[in-house]
Write a protein that binds this ligand. Structure first.
Ligand code: OXD
Ligand code: MN
Length: 588
């Protein structure tokens, strides 16, 4: 054990005053003890062992069901280093306002010390974190989501002083006393007042995205909110594709996609479904690892058609949070297969029937499940160097304006597409749902430093990589005049992935695409809209580039980009100007 960890644990316990301190080894015996304790005190409900072996239901405080972005802070010395898209608090103010909330906060409780790795045990890119928490539910989730316990203690025992401390306490769970604070200078995390995954499992959004993004900027790599998948083609070769989509926009479903063309040899393998750490390889390609070891996915809408692999994965050894429970201790959520049960217990523990007129599961209810239970898990998911990326997809949820897919002209243009992407908000964060907001690279809530500097870093990485991936923009969510989704999505997204691969390999090249002011848009035939039974009108809408809509879009992008002032890279400003020129070729 490194004494630096022990010293920090001592320091924290002098403030938080737990009754007991338990160092977690991550063993199954330890987990069984924790789970038994939580079943005994009602924190967990054991689900039907015959149908859902070793699965547990957790009902959270109803005020604590999603990430709270307005209570999430970057505590850099200077506000400009957090940038206009982050909440900022000075480290001194944080010590005054947040630290006192930890005072005696663990009195009468146990403090768990959770050492964990983000990344495969033998990868040079792996980072060590230590989370102390007074929530056994957090410990049980961390055990699924990270490599937790002995494996991390072993790494610390080698004397590494490079580890990320994270202090978590449930506090009183009220939003009034809730803060999630990140100190990029000391690489420290404080989280108080929430037990929700994204706020409390500190390895995930706090370390692997916000703190890691700042480390990546300093060290020349990227920490991204991206899935990673391997696309296998009939000749057996693999194309690795990463995809950045905002929370609850289908990263998990795409990463675990079950191919309708499997019999022809087209298959998807999951490397990761939420986070990618991307390094430049000696071959000039970008190589990605998934730092996590489990999936924390949105339950509603998951079924045997949309994500059969997830349904298989969550049927054992999983934690289900804020879903509904059936009379035989099964689980249910909106959008599950089969008829709606006549009687349920809803996510708050109340009796529910279809006549209740409320949702039985919370819209942001979640499953936590080990990656190794995913039938489509890539054999390369723990490769120490990661997998080489050939393409990056940026995707938002847009009812209008954005075509199903288009390809950027080059890296710099691709970075511009990422910088200006927008999406309608979802239930993954508290606040209004369905509002279009700019969410650059799907990192709006997760970039630990000034987003303008982050784009500059992306541009720099592209310059240093001799062979960077091709960049595409996708939108599964375009609707028709009646407001219905045109694109069937899910398994059929395979058609889009195949086109991406053809583009990269220039199999059919330009003949499968047309050049537009946005980039290269596929022909409907290249995607096979006819085979899918889409009407010509729907296919046209799916790939339409409406000049007027795009001129308005470009105006909106302009306002957003200019909010970064002199931190906006010149190349991004130029790309924006170039888009406007392409949209208005005869403008004076
Ligand atoms: C998540 C999120 O939980 O993005 O992955 O909110
Ligand atoms: Mn996410």
């Amino acid at each position: 054990m490194t004494s630096s960890v022990e010293e920090w644990v001592d320091e924290v316990s002098r403030t938080t005053h737990p009754d007991r301190v338990v160092w977690c080894d991550g063993s199954s015996a330890e987990n069984d003890r924790l789970v038994d304790g939580m079943v005994a005190d009602g924190t967990l409900i054991r689900l039907n062992p015959a149908t859902l072996p070793n699965c547990f239901l957790h009902r959270s405080n109803p005020q604590d069901v999603a990430r709270t972005e307005h209570l999430t802070f970057i505590c850099s010395e200077h506000a400009e280093d957090a940038g206009p898209t982050n909440n900022w608090m000075s480290p001194a103010e944080a010590r005054q306002r947040i630290w006192p909330l930890f005072n005696q906060s663990m009195q009468g409780r146990t403090m768990y010390v959770v050492p964990y790795l983000m990344g495969p045990p033998n990868s040079p890119y792996t980072k060590v974190g230590v989370e102390v928490t007074d929530s056994p539910y957090v410990v049980a989730n961390m055990r699924i989501m990270t490599r937790m316990g002995q494996v991390a203690l072993d790494r610390l025992a080698t004397g590494t002083t490079d580890w990320v401390p994270g202090l978590h306490s449930l506090g009183d769970l009220s939003p009034e006393h809730r803060f999630i604070a990140h100190f990029p200078d000391t690489r420290t995390i404080w989280s108080v007042g929430s037990g929700y995954g994204g706020n409390a499992l500190l390895g995930k959004k706090c370390l692997a995205l916000r703190i890691a993004s700042t480390m990546g900027q300093q060290q020349g790599w990227l920490a991204e909110h991206m899935l990673i998948l391997g696309l296998e083609s009939p000749d057996g070769d693999l194309t690795y594709i990463a995809g950045a989509f905002p929370s609850a926009c289908g990263k998990t479903n795409l990463a675990m996609l079950k191919s309708p063309f499997e019999a022809d040899g087209w298959k998807v393998w999951t490397v990761g479904e939420d986070i990618a750490w991307i390094n430049i390889g000696s071959d000039g390609r970008l190589w990605a690892i998934n730092p996590e070891s489990g999936y924390f996915g949105v339950a509603p809408g998951t079924n045997r058609k949309t994500n059969p692999n997830a349904m298989a994965a969550v049927s054992s050894n999983s934690i289900l949070t804020n879903v509904a429970m059936t009379e035989d201790r099964g689980v249910w959520w909106e959008g599950m297969d089969g008829p709606v049960p006549e009687r349920l217990t809803d996510w708050q523990g109340h009796p529910w029937t279809p006549a209740s007129g409320t949702r039985a599961a919370h819209p942001n209810s979640r499953f936590t499940t080990p990656a190794i239970q995913n039938p489509a898990l890539s054999p390369h998911w723990e490769d120490p160097q990661g997998v080489p990326l050939s393409a990056i997809l940026f995707g938002g949820r847009r009812a209008r304006t954005v075509p199903l897919i288009y390809r950027s002209f080059d890296w710099e243009h691709g970075v511009f597409l990422g910088a200006t992407m927008a999406s309608e908000t979802t239930a993954a964060a508290t606040g209004a749902v369905g509002v279009v907001r700019r969410d650059p690279m799907a990192m709006l809530p997760f970039c630990g430093y000034n987003m303008g500097d982050y784009w500059a870093h992306w541009l720099e990485v592209g310059k240093r990589a001799a062979n960077p991936p091709a960049i595409f923009q996708v939108n599964w969510f375009r609707t028709d005049a009646a407001g219905r989704y045109i694109w069937p999505g899910f398994g059929e997204n395979m058609r889009v992935l195949r086109w991406v691969r053809d583009q990269i390999r220039s199999r059919n090249g330009i003949s499968d695409a047309r050049e537009t002011p946005l980039g290269l848009v596929p022909t409907p035939a290249a995607i096979g809209t006819h085979d899918l039974g889409l009407s010509t009108a729907d296919a046209e809408t799916l790939f339409a580039v409406d000049r007027d809509e795009w001129l308005r879009e470009a105006d909106d992008q302009h306002v957003f980009l200019e909010s970064f002032g002199d931190r906006l890279p010149e190349a991004i400003r130029n790309q924006h100007q170039a888009l406007q020129n392409r949209l208005s070729p005869v403008a004076v």
